[in-house]
Ligand binder design. Structure first.
Ligand SMILES: Nc1ncnc2c1ncn2[C@@H]1O[C@H](COP(=O)(O)OP(=O)(O)OP(=O)(O)O)[C@@H](O)[C@H]1O
Ligand SMILES: [Mg+2]
Length: 502
C-alpha cells in the first residue's frame, strides 16, 4: 500500500515539480493549489504527510495546518518557505509543523526531511502507545485491563473507528474489550476475526459503507486464542504501518491471554495438590473430632445434672465449636473428592429462592433491598440441585456479607435459547474487590473475613465447573460485585465443544 502525501501550493510550477518528485519517490500524491480544497480532501481520507506552502490565500500554511490537524491530529506537516520568511517557518514548527523546507529545494534535503517526518511520526506514536500498554502490563496482571489498553492503543495509533479483542472461549468468539465507537455490525467483526483465526494471519475484509475491517489472530504456542479487529473510517485504506502495528498489539494481547491461561493452569494444579493434602488432613481429624464431641456432650450432661450452670455453659461452647470444626472438615473432604453429579430437571429460580431464604436466616439482612429478576421463559436445567445449592448459597452469602446490612442484592436468571444456556446473575452494591483480592478470590482458604474459611468461592467454582458451566466475577473497589454463572441447560453433553477450548 502506497503512502499518501498531500501537497498544497498556490504556485502551479512548484506544485507540478513537487508532484513529479514525490510520485517518483513512490508516494501516492494529491496536489492542489487551493487550501480550501485540501481541507475537503482530508475529510474524505487520511494522509501520511502534508507538504504546505507558507504564503497562500485565503488560508496561509499555518492556518491550513491547524485545520488539517483538527481532522487528523498526528499528521506530520512540512511547511515550505522562501528565504526571508524563516522566522515564520520557525513559528510554524512551534505551532505543530514537523519541519520546514526552504525554496528553492535542495534535492537531498527534500528527500531526507520527508523520510524523517514519516519515520518520526511512526516512532512517536508507536512509542507512546507501546509504553502505555507496557505500563499496564507491568502494573496490572489483570487480563481485562491489558486488553483494554491494547484496543485503546490500536484505535489511537491506526486512527481506526473502533477496535475489538475477541477471545476464543469454548469454541465461541467472545468480545473481551473494545474501544472507539460502537460497531454498526458486531457479526461483521466477528466473521473477520473467525477468518483471521482460520487463516492464521492478518487479513482485510470490506466492512459496511465502504469501511475496511482488518483482523489479526492472537496466536500463542498452543494455537490461536482470539483475534484483534479494527474497522477504519469510511474510505480509509489501512496502511502497511497500520498492519504492522496491529500485529504488534495482537501479540501483546495474545501474551496477556496466555499468561492468564498459564496462571489458571498453575493454580488449578496447585489447588488439586492442596485439595489432596487438605482431604488427608481432614480425614485424620474426623475421628478425633467425633471423640471430642462425645466427651464434651458427656461433660455437658454431667454438669447439667450437678446444676453447675456456668461450667455446663462452657461445655456447650466446646460442643458447638467442635460442631463448627466438623462442618469445616466435611466441607474440605467434599471439596477434595468431587462428587458424582446426580442430575435432575431443576428450576434454578426456585433453587435461588431457597438459597436466598437460607442465606437471609444466616446473615443479617434487614437493611438490604433484594431485587429478583427471573426470566419466565427459563426452562428447567439438568443439574445436581444439592451441589448447585452449595454454590448459590456461598455466592449469595458473600453478597449479603459484603453489603453489611446496607445496599442492594440483585438476583437474576436469564435464558439464552440459541446457546441453550441459563445465566444466573448475583450482583451486590457492596464495597467491591481490589485487584489483589480479585486475583485470589478462588484460592482455597483465601479470606479477608475474621470468621471466614475462604472455601466459599472455591466450592462455588468447582461445582459450576463440574456442571460444564462458567463462573466469572467483575468487581472493582467502590463499584460492587457482579457474579455471572453460565450453565448449559442440558448438561455438558449438550455442548460437546465446551471441552476442547480448555
Ligand atoms: N460479593 C463480594 N464482595 C466483596 N468481596 C467478596 C465478595 N465475594 C467474595 N469476596 C472476597 O473473596 C474472599 C473469599 O470468598 P470466599 O467465599 O471464598 O470466602 P469467605 O467468604 O471469606 O469465607 P467462607 O468460606 O465463609 O465463604 C472473601 O473473604 C472476600 O474478601
Ligand atoms: Mg464466602
Amino acid at each position: 500500500m502506497k503512502r499518501r502525501v498531500l501537497i498544497v501550493d498556490d504556485d502551479a510550477a512548484i506544485l507540478e515539480v513537487l508532484e513529479m518528485r514525490l510520485t517518483a519517490m513512490g508516494f501516492e500524491v494529491t496536489a492542489t493549489s487551493q487550501p480550501q480544497q485540501a481541507v475537503d480532501v482530508m475529510t474524505a481520507g487520511r494522509f501520511d504527510l502534508a507538504v504546505l506552502d507558507l504564503r497562500m490565500e485565503p488560508l496561509d500554511g499555518i492556518q491550513l495546518m491547524e485545520r488539517l490537524h483538527a481532522r487528523q491530529p498526528r499528521l506530520p506537516v512540512l511547511i515550505m518557505t522562501a528565504h526571508g520568511t524563516i522566522e515564520t517557518a520557525v513559528e510554524a514548527v512551534q505551532r505543530g509543523a514537523f519541519d520546514y523546507l526552504t525554496k528553492p529545494f535542495v534535492r537531498d534535503e527534500l528527500r531526507a526531511k520527508i523520510r524523517r517526518a514519516l519515520s518520526a511520526r511512526r516512532w512517536a506514536r508507536d512509542r507512546e502507545r507501546l509504553l502505555a500498554v507496557g505500563e499496564t502490563f507491568a502494573s496490572s496482571g489483570v487480563m481485562e485491563r491489558i486488553l483494554d489498553a491494547v484496543v485503546q492503543a490500536a484505535v489511537e495509533t491506526t486512527e481506526a473507528e473502533r477496535a475489538v479483542v475477541f477471545q476464543l472461549t469454548s469454541g465461541r468468539l467472545v468480545p473481551m474489550a473494545s474501544a472507539g465507537s460502537p460497531p454498526p455490525s458486531w457479526s461483521a467483526l466477528e466473521t473477520a476475526a473467525a477468518r483471521a483465526i482460520e487463516k492464521g494471519a492478518p487479513m482485510t475484509v470490506p466492512g459496511a459503507e465502504s469501511r475496511v475491517i482488518v483482523a489479526a489472530p492472537l496466536v500463542v504456542q498452543r494455537g490461536p486464542v482470539g483475534a484483534l479487529v479494527i474497522e477504519t473510517p469510511a474510505r480509509v485504506e489501512p496502511t502497511e504501518d497500520d498492519l504492522e502495528l496491529l500485529a504488534l498489539f495482537s501479540s501483546q494481547a495474545a501474551i496477556a491471554i496466555r499468561n492468564t491461561h498459564e496462571l489458571e493452569r498453575l493454580r488449578s494444579g496447585a489447588l488439586a495438590a492442596l485439595g489432596r493434602m487438605a482431604t488427608q488432613v481432614a480425614h485424620e481429624l474426623k475421628n478425633p473430632l467425633a471423640g471430642l464431641r462425645l466427651y464434651a456432650r458427656h461433660l455437658e450432661q454431667r454438669l447439667e445434672k450437678g446444676r453447675d450452670v456456668e461450667s455446663a455453659d462452657l461445655a456447650r461452647k466446646v460442643t458447638s465449636t467442635v460442631d463448627h470444626l466438623t462442618a469445616v472438615v466435611s466441607e474440605i473432604t467434599a471439596f477434595g473428592r468431587p462428587p458424582e453429579l446426580h442430575r435432575a430437571p431443576t428450576s434454578l429460580a426456585a433453587l435461588l429462592d431457597e438459597c436466598m431464604a437460607l442465606a437471609r436466616a444466616r446473615c443479617p439482612s434487614e437493611g438490604i433491598e433484594i431485587v429478583r429478576s427471573y426470566d419466565p421463559a427459563c426452562p428447567e436445567a439438568q443439574v445436581d440441585a444439592r451441589e448447585l445449592r452449595k454454590a448459590f448459597l456461598n455466592l449469595i452469602l458473600n453478597g449479603l456479607e459484603a453489603l453489611n446490612d446496607r445496599g442492594r442484592l440483585t438476583v437474576g436468571v436469564l435464558y439464552t435459547a440459541e446457546a441453550q444456556t441459563i445465566t444466573v446473575a448475583i450482583d451486590d452494591t457492596g464495597p467491591g474487590m481490589g485487584d489483589e483480592t480479585l486475583a485470589r478470590v478462588f484460592d482455597l482458604f483465601f479470606t479477608t473475613k475474621p470468621d471466614g474459611t475462604g472455601l466459599g468461592m472455591a466450592i462455588a467454582r468447582s461445582v459450576i465447573d463440574l456442571h460444564g458451566g462458567e463462573l466469572t466475577i467483575q468487581s472493582s473497589p467502590g463499584h460492587g460485585t457482579r457474579v455471572r454463572i453460565r450453565i448449559p441447560v442440558g448438561g455438558p453433553a449438550a455442548r460437546p465443544e465446551a471441552e476442547e477450548a480448555r
